[in-house]
Design a protein around this ligand. Structure first.
Ligand code: NAD
Length: 260
């Protein structure tokens, strides 16, 4: 479905980003992966992408908390791939605390990575996409881009910001072949959520299985985690022709979280 398309997925050495990169590659797209982690493990993932899916895969290391590094990632990706057709702004982090206790450096880091990097990546990719008359920008927001939870001020503010930025990007490019949409996942059991499960287990004196069930019970009516692969499927759909007229919208995969 995406044969010959060139995609960049930020924060794709782990969790949701890696699964999205894999689904895009499974559908024929060449990919740039990015993110932190063990160099050997990342190289193994990169080689697996090429061997399993017969596409080109590159790893570009960039700290997306830095504005220029984020813009450089796009430029380096275009050099490696030849063009950029699909940009998935996925990299993100979390920190939980009451507002009055929230460390300023955590606030700044979450806004820099979860929101400003989406702006910088989009700004760098748009000129290429507009010139070729085709592009897909897919922002990984969250159920927390639509509703709030206590102790997540920076994350909720950033993700609501991403949903707003998605709408502006869509409006500025309506009709020129470039679409921009946000995917809003509920709970997905990745390293980002595993930390929250462990914190809850410790606080409540329960095991991690019980803590995972409690997280789901509080927010996600299906009582089942969304899988990274399902989010990859949603990204493939948004990159497909079927989604040509879908722009400026949010796609919730949240087990019913935001339905109530
Ligand atoms: P994760 O921790 O498994 O992966 C995060 C990725 O971002 C990793 O590849 C990591 O190396 C990379 N990264 C971290 N800091 C970076 C930096 N400064 N520069 C470049 N890359 C960096 O997390 P995840 O759960 O897969 O989250 C991915 C996205 O999905 C995030 O934006 C997150 O907010 C969003 N999300 C996650 C959930 C969930 O339940 N896990 C739910 C809704 C939305």
């Amino acid at each position: 479905m995406l044969k010959g398309r060139n995609a960049v997925v930020t924060g794709s050495t782990s969790g949701i980003g890696l699964a999205i990169a894999r689904e895009l590659a499974a559908n024929g797209a060449n990919v740039v992966i990015n993110g932190f982690g063990d160099a050997d493990a990342i190289e193994k993932e990169r080689v697996n992408l090429e061997l399993e899916f017969d596409v080109k895969a590159y790893y570009i290391n960039a700290d997306l908390m830095q504005a220029q590094a984020t813009r450089d990632l796009i430029e380096q990706s275009v050099k490696a791939l030849g063009s950029i057709d699909i940009l998935v702004n996925n990299a993100g982090i979390q920190h939980t605390d009451l507002i009055e206790d929230f460390p300023v450096d955590r606030w700044d880091a979450i806004i820099a990575l979860n929101l400003s990097a989406v702006f910088h990546g989009t700004a760098a990719a748009l000129p290429y996409m507009k010139k070729q008359g085709w592009g897909r920008i897919i922002n990984i927001a969250s159920a927390h881009g639509l509703v709030a939870s206590a102790t997540k001020s920076a994350y909720v503010a950033a993700k609501h910001g991403v949903v707003g930025l998605t709408k502006v990007t869509a409006l500025e490019n309506a009709g020129n072949g470039v679409t921009c949409n946000a995917i809003c996942p509920g709970w997905v059991r990745t390293p980002l959520v595993e930390k929250q499960i462990e914190a809850l287990a410790q606080k409540s004196g329960i095991d991690t299985d019980a803590a995972a069930k409690e997280l789901l019970f509080e927010k996600q009516p299906s009582l089942q985690f969304v899988t990274p692969k399902q989010l990859g499927g949603a990204a493939v759909f948004l990159a497909s022709e079927a989604a040509d007229q879908m722009t400026g919208t949010t796609l919730s995969l949240d087990g019913g979280w935001t339905a109530r």
